[in-house]
Ligand binder design. Sequence first.
Ligand code: NDP
Ligand SMILES: Nc1nc2c(c(=O)[nH]1)N=C([C@H](O)[C@@H](O)CO)CN2
Length: 239
Amino acid sequence: MTSPILITGAGQRIGLALAKHFIAQGQAIIVTYRTRHPAIDELSDHGAVCVYADFSTDNGINEFVSQLKLHTNSLKAVIHNASSWDCEANNPDSSTLFDNMMRIHAKAPYLINLALSELLLNFQQQQQYPADIIHLTDYVVEKGSPKHIAYAASKAALENMTKSFAAKFAPNIKVNAIAPSLIIFNDHDSDEYREKTLKKSLMGIEPGCREIINSVDLLLSSHYITGRSLPVDGGRHLK
Ligand SMILES: NC(=O)C1=CN([C@@H]2O[C@H](COP(=O)(O)OP(=O)(O)OC[C@H]3O[C@@H](n4cnc5c(N)ncnc54)[C@H](OP(=O)(O)O)[C@@H]3O)[C@@H](O)[C@H]2O)C=CC1
Ligand SMILES: Nc1nc2c(c(=O)[nH]1)N=C([C@H](O)[C@@H](O)CO)CN2
């Protein structure tokens, strides 16, 4: 197998769109899933290595790393996509919510980056150009989110680690973030919520996964951009 790209949380939506994109390019991929969506079987049928991973515990994170290393000794890129958009309104136990948000959005990427850096370095030594780490953060890192306080704080931690890991791993591994606002709605989103959300950006559209695919391709194609966050937010910061 040529050096694969690792995508976490690829059973649905953006992660799945990224996985299908790379398969269509003939790029080897390893994906993680927590729920065995039918799409995981489809990815497997098309050659993806699919590894179960639940990042809600330290053991789950460490077990994933051990399993991943059984499949490859080099990685072209790691894309930290797995995420839980949870909120205070749905979690009376704020302490558990905070821990869960920090673990999936900050601790898991932190431990995985440290544990897999040698595989990314192996890629760079084979190819003589840098490997990549990409963190999926969120526009709310810029301004906070009163309804998703713990979520936003955890994504801000991930944003900060983008800079730290970029400095630590340069020049052999580039580390960047993509900070989206609305990309795709959830099926359960009401018409009222959709209308309100579309008005939050200058572009006023639900852009779809292609915007993230294009952003990932841009970062992977660069041998120079590192330590930066690519805002994919339709001009929301100017509304
Ligand atoms: N969609 C959007 O408009 C926006 C997305 N983003 C960011 O982009 C990325 C992709 O977004 P989107 O596709 O909507 O993500 P989803 O909300 O669909 O979640 C992606 C995957 O993360 C997995 N996941 C959640 N918790 C865990 C866990 N504890 N362990 C392992 N896997 C877990 C889910 O697995 P399971 O299938 O088992 O639930 C799911 O398949 C995320 O980082 C998100 O924060 C940022 C702004 C806007
Ligand atoms: N893990 C997820 N994170 C986020 C999602 C999502 O569905 N899953 N959705 C959003 C919203 O689209 C927001 O950007 C606009 O209201 C944010 N993060």
